[in-house]
Design a binder for this molecule. Structure first.
Ligand code: GTP
Ligand code: MG
Length: 137
């Protein structure tokens, strides 16, 4: 499909980068389908990242993602999933390309400013986690 899902993570929210990140996303050709500011409980963060349950950083990830407000959004563009992952750059900002969102705004591999879905299937699951069908224009 032509949609992906993103979150602006608590580090970028606290550091005041939300506006600049949204500006970059829009200027890169993504249309905002749905958007909200919200806060994940530890339980909801654990559910969202359940695929990473066995990874050593799972506890840290859940704690971090529930540590402050986030912005959740569904985005639309041709080739959305792959193009958005190119725009955000590598998971570890020290390895991210110049000009990518993580290179510009992330703090560390854990506190890396933004999430981007890794497949069309997960984009749909993750968008539905935050938005009802009626909110997805
Ligand atoms: P997302 O778009 O957030 O899914 O990132 P990703 O697809 O680039 O990375 P991945 O799905 O492998 O990991 C999910 C998230 O877990 C990352 O974005 C980081 O926030 C966190 N994470 C990954 N590796 C590490 C790590 O080694 N240490 C810590 N503390 N967090 C990590
Ligand atoms: Mg991922």
């Amino acid at each position: 499909t032509n949609r992906t899902f993103t979150m602006i993570k608590p580090d970028a929210m606290k550091n005041g980068h939300a506006g600049a990140i949204l500006d970059k996303i829009i200027k890169s050709g993504f249309r905002i389908v749905a958007l909200k500011q919200t806060k994940l409980t530890e339980e909801k963060a654990g559910e969202f990242y359940a695929v990473h349950k066995a990874r050593p950083f799972y506890g840290e990830l859940v704690e971090f993602m529930s540590s402050g407000v986030i912005i959740a959004a569904i985005l639309e563009k041709d080739n959305a999933v792959a193009d958005f992952r190119t725009l955000i750059g590598a998971t570890d900002p020290s390895k991210a390309d110049e000009g990518t969102i993580r290179k510009l705004f992330a703090t560390s591999v854990g506190e890396n400013a933004v999430h981007g879905s890794d497949s069309d299937e997960n984009a749909k699951i993750e968008g539905d986690f935050f938005f009802s069908g009626l909110e997805q224009f």
